[in-house]
Design a binder for this molecule. Structure first.
Ligand SMILES: Nc1ncnc2c1ncn2[C@@H]1O[C@H](COP(=O)(O)OP(=O)(O)OP(=O)(O)O)[C@@H](O)[C@H]1O
Ligand SMILES: [Mg+2]
Length: 753
C-alpha cells in the first residue's frame, strides 16, 4: 500500500520554523536577496525531500515485492510439503523478480560438491540445473560462503568470486553477485545465488535480508527433510525390531532344543515351547521365579554354575541332571552364555540343554560291547589280525602279540609283512580275497621257528565295513594237531604193516625152523663122529674119514655153517617181525626210567656192533633228569631195547656228520614229568632228518642204509614196544642239519600201596 509522504517530524528544524526565523532575523534592506537565497535553499530542500521520498517509495515498493515473493514461496505447496527439487524452478523465477536480477539459482551440497538444483535466466526465460562446483576447486569462495553471505558488488574483482572463469562472467555479462549460505548444524547445506548483469550494482540491506529469508526457507525445507529421514529411519528401526522380536520368539519355539533365560539375579525371564513341554512349566509361570521354586534339590548346582558363568564371563557347558515333568531324572548337557545390555553389562543368562541319557546308555553299551568283543577276540587261541587293503594292521589280538612278541600299540598301522614276516607272502591272497569277497583258506602252512617246524592254518576273511575294504586274517597253530594226526596215521599204518609183517613172520617161521633144524641135523650127521654115523657108513661101505675128506674138499662144512648163521639172522628178523603181533604181553612193573637209561648207556658203550662203526665213548652225554621223577609202568628189558636202538641210530647218524672245530657229537637225555606221563627225550646233534625220511622213519623196513647194513626194523620195533606194549606215545622232532629228537611218553606207574 502506498502511503502519502509525511512531514519528516524527525528533522530538527521544521519548514514553518525556518520561515518564522527568516521574518524575525532579517532586516528590511537585506530582505530581498536573503529571501531569494532562502527560497533557493527551500527549493533545494524540497527537491531533496522529493528525491528522498522517491527513494523511500522505490525502497518500499521493492520491500513490498520481496514480501510478496516470500509469501508466494512459503505458501507454495511444494515448499509446504518440503519438496525442494520441485519448488526450485518456482523459487528461482520469484527470486529474480524480487531482487530484479538477471539470474537467480539454488544450489545444494552433494558430497564435496555444490550442485545446481535450478538456475533461472530472465533474459531468455531458461531454467538449467545439474551443474556442480567442486569445493576444492573454488576454495576461497567456499571458505567465504561458509562464514556468511558473499556480497560481491564487483564480482570480477572480488577475491571471493574472481576465481569463477571469465567465460562464466562474460556469458551472463555478470557484474555483481549475492550468494547467501544455507547452514544446517553449522554445515553448509545449500547456497542461494543472485547474479546481476550489466553495470555493477550495490546490493541493498533489504535485498540481503530477502536473500537470507529465502535461505532460511531452504534451511527449513532441508532440515525438515532430514528430520523426516531420521523419523523414517526410526520408524523402520522400530518395525524391524518388532519383526526381529517376533522372529526370535518363533525361532526359539521352533528350535528342538529347550532354551531358558534368566536375569542376572537368576530369576527366570522366560523359556521356549520345548522347554515348557519337557519341564511342564510355562514361560509365564517361570517369569520372576528361580530354579529353587521348581527343582529345589537340583537348584543349587544350576545356580552355582550360573554364578560362575557371570563371574568368568564365558560360555560354559557341563553335565548335570534335570527332573522332567514326569518327575524322571534325565542326564543332560547344559550350555549357558551371558547376554549383555548396550553398555556391555551382563544382563542375564541364556541356557539350553540336550538330553544325553540315551546317548550315555548307548555309549556305555557300545563300550561294553567293545570290551566284550575285545575280550572275545583276545581270548581266542587264534592269532586274529585285521588289515586294510594296503596290508596295514588295524586289529591285533593278544594271541598275535604273544606269538610275535609285538604288542598291539606297536603293531597298529604297520605293514603286515614287517611285523609278521612269514605272512608277507599272504598279502596277495588278502588282496584276492578282498577282490573276490570270498574267504580264503590254506591249511598246514609250515614254517621253522627256533629250528622246529611249526604248522599253521591261515584263513582270510574279506571285510567291508563302512565302505572301507580290509580283511581279517586268522592264524591257528596246528602243530600239535598235525603231530597227533601224524602219530595216528603212523600207528594205523604201523598196525596194518605190522600185522602183515607178523603174519609173514609166522609163515616164514615154520619153513625156517625146518631149514635150521635140518641144517643142524646135516652138521651132526655129516661132521660129528657119532656111533650111529659110523654104523651107517660101514653099512654103506664107506668110511666116515673118507666122507669127511670128500666134504672138506667140496667145502660142505662151511656151507652148512653159513646156512646156519644165515638162518639165525633170518630167525632174528622173524623174531623182530613177530614182535608186531603183540602176541607176547610183557610183564609191566614200576621202573625207574633214569636207571634204565643209565643201564642202556653202559650197554651201548660196550656194544660190539656200535664199536665197529663208532667209538661210543667219544660222544658227549648230557643228562637232564628232573629230580624226584615218578616211576613208569614198563618192562626194563624192552625199554632198554628201544633206547639202545635210538642210541645206535643216533651214533650212526652223528658218525656221518662232520662237525665244525670245537664241536662234536653229543646226546642229550631228558626225563621229565608230563602228567600223566613221564616224558623221555633223546636228542642227538646229528644231521637231522630230511622231510621224506621223517615221515617214514617208523615204517618197518624203512632204512637209508645199504643192503645188509640195516634192516629198517629198529625204529618200527621200538615204536611198537612203546605204543603197543607200553600204551605210550612216540614221536620224532627234527631240525634239518641240526638235531633229531625222539620223544617218548610213558604212563606213570600207579602209586604202590
Ligand atoms: N638219529 C638219527 N639221525 C638220522 N637219521 C636217523 C636217526 N635215526 C634213524 N634214522 C634214519 O631212520 C632210518 C630207519 O631207522 P631204523 O632204526 O628203523 O632202521 P636202520 O637203523 O636203518 O636199520 P636197523 O635199525 O635195522 O639197523 C635209518 O636208516 C636212518 O636213515
Ligand atoms: Mg636202527
Amino acid at each position: 500500500m502506498k502511503k502519502p509522504p509525511e512531514e519528516d517530524s524527525a528533522s530538527p528544524v521544521s519548514l514553518r520554523d525556518k520561515i518564522v526565523g527568516l521574518s524575525e532575523s532579517s532586516g528590511r534592506k537585506s530582505y530581498y536577496p536573503m529571501l531569494q537565497q532562502k527560497i533557493r535553499e527551500l527549493q533545494n530542500e524540497i527537491a531533496e525531500r522529493h528525491r528522498a521520498e522517491e527513494t523511500l517509495r522505490t525502497t518500499l515498493q521493492r520491500i513490498e515485492r520481496q514480501q510478496t515473493v516470500i509469501a508466494e514461496i512459503s505458501t507454495h505447496p511444494a515448499v509446504f510439503y518440503g519438496r525442494l527439487q520441485e519448488a526450485a524452478p518456482m523459487m528461482t523465477v520469484r527470486m529474480t523478480h524480487a531482487l530484479n536480477v538477471d539470474r537467480a539459482s539454488l544450489w545444494v551440497m552433494r558430497g564435496d560438491s555444490l550442485c545446481c538444483l535450478d538456475k533461472f535466466e530472465v533474459r531468455n526465460g531458461v531454467h538449467t540445473s545439474g551443474h556442480c562446483l567442486e569445493c576444492g576447486s573454488y576454495a576461497s569462495y567456499f571458505e567465504a560462503v561458509k562464514k556468511g553471505p558473499v556480497i560481491a558488488d564487483e564480482a570480477r574483482q572480488d577475491p571471493r568470486t574472481r576465481n569463477f572463469s571469465a567465460k562464466y562472467f562474460d556469458a551472463g555479462n555478470i557484474a555483481s553477485m549475492l550468494d547467501v549460505p544455507v547452514l544446517i548444524d553449522g554445515e553448509l547445506a545449500a547456497v542461494i545465488c543472485f547474479e546481476h548483469a550489466g553495470e555493477p550494482r550495490a546490493w541493498q540491506p533489504d535485498e540481503l535480508t530477502f536473500a537470507s529469508r529465502i535461505a532460511d526457507q531452504v534451511a527449513l525445507i532441508l532440515a525438515g527433510k532430514r528430520r523426516r529421514i531420521t523419523e523414517e529411519q526410526l520408524q523402520t528401526a522400530h518395525s524391524n525390531l518388532t519383526r526381529n522380536l517376533r522372529f526370535t520368539e518363533v525361532l526359539l519355539d521352533a528350535l528342538p532344543i529347550p532354551i531358558f533365560y534368566k536375569d542376572s539375579e537368576l530369576h527366570y525371564l522366560g523359556c521356549n515351547q520345548i522347554f515348557s513341554d519337557i519341564m511342564g512349566v510355562s514361560s509365564e509361570e517361570l517369569l520372576g521365579r528361580s530354579a529353587a521354586d521348581f527343582w529345589p534339590d537340583l537348584a543349587e548346582l544350576y545356580e552355582k554354575s550360573d554364578r560362575d558363568l557371570l563371574q568368568e564371563n564365558r560360555k560354559i557347558t557341563y553335565e548335570a541332571t534335570i527332573r522332567n515333568k514326569e518327575g524322571v531324572l534325565r542326564e543332560v548337557i547344559f550350555a549357558k552364555q551371558i547376554f549383555f545390555d548396550e553398555l556391555k553389562n551382563a544382563e542375564g543368562i541364556i541356557g539350553s540343554f540336550v538330553d544325553i541319557t540315551e546317548r550315555n546308555l548307548a555309549a556305555k553299551e557300545t563300550q561294553r560291547l567293545r570290551t566284550l568283543l575285545a575280550n572275545i577276540i583276545d581270548s581266542m587261541p587264534s592269532m586274529l589280525i585285521g588289515v586294510d587293503a594296503d596290508g596295514r594292521i588295524a586289529q591285533w589280538n593278544q594271541q598275535a602279540a604273544l606269538v610275535t612278541g609285538v604288542n598291539e600299540h606297536d603293531a597298529q598301522g604297520r605293514l603286515l609283512g614287517q611285523v609278521v614276516p612269514w605272512l608277507a607272502s599272504e598279502m596277495t591272497k588278502v588282496s584276492q580275497s578282498i577282490a573276490s569277497k570270498k574267504p580264503f583258506f590254506e591249511g598246514k602252512l609250515s614254517r621253522i621257528e627256533g629250528g622246529e617246524t611249526l604248522y599253521e592254518d591261515v584263513t582270510i576273511y574279506p571285510l567291508i565295513t563302512n565302505g572301507v575294504e580290509g580283511a581279517v586274517i586268522r592264524i591257528d597253530d596246528v602243530t600239535d594237531k598235525v603231530r597227533i594226526e601224524e602219530v595216528l596215521i603212523q600207528s594205523e599204518k604201523m598196525l596194518s604193516v605190522g600185522g602183515l609183517a607178523a603174519g609173514m613172520a609166522h609163515e616164514i617161521n615154520n619153513p625156517l625152523a625146518s631149514i635150521m633144524g635140518n641144517a643142524q641135523v646135516l652138521e651132526t650127521r655129516l661132521l660129528t663122529p657119532l656111533p650111529q654115523n659110523e654104523e651107517a657108513a660101514r653099512e654103506a661101505g664107506i668110511t666116515l674119514e673118507a666122507l669127511r675128506d670128500y666134504l672138506e674138499k667140496r667145502g660142505i662144512p662151511k656151507m652148512i655153517h653159513s646156512l646156519r648163521s644165515s638162518g639165525a639172522q633170518a630167525a632174528q628178523i622173524v623174531s623182530n617181525m613177530l614182535s608186531f603181533s603183540r602176541k607176547s604181553e610183557p610183564m609191566l612193573v614200576p621202573e625207574d626210567i633214569t636207571e634204565i637209561l643209565e643201564k642202556t648207556l653202559d650197554l651201548a658203550s660196550t656194544d660190539y656192533d656200535l664199536k665197529k662203526n663208532y667209538d661210543f665213548k667219544k660222544i658227549r652225554i648230557v643228562r637232564e633228569y628232573e629230580a624226584g621223577l615218578p616211576k613208569i609202568h614198563g618192562s626194563a628189558s624192552k625199554l632198554q631195547q628201544v633206547f639202545l636202538n635210538l642210541l645206535r641210530n643216533g651214533a650212526e647218524a652223528m658218525g656221518e656228520k662232520t662237525y665244525p672245530k670245537g664241536d662234536g657229537p653229543s646226546f642229550i637225555l631228558r626225563a621229565k614229568r608230563n602228567a600223566p606221563w613221564v616224558r623221555i627225550e633223546l636228542e642227538d646233534n646229528g644231521p637231522g632228518l630230511e622231510e621224506p625220511v621223517r615221515k617214514r622213519i617208523f615204517e618197518p623196513f624203512f632204512t637209508t642204509k645199504s643192503v645188509g647194513k640195516g634192516t629198517g626194523l629198529g625204529l618200527s620195533v621200538s615204536y611198537f614196544i612203546i605204543t603197543e606194549e607200553h600204551a605210550g606215545i612216540m614221536s620224532v622232532q627234527t631240525a634239518h642239519a641240526g638235531w633229531t629228537r625222539f620223544v617218548i611218553d610213558l604212563p606213570m606207574a600207579l602209586a604202590s600201596k
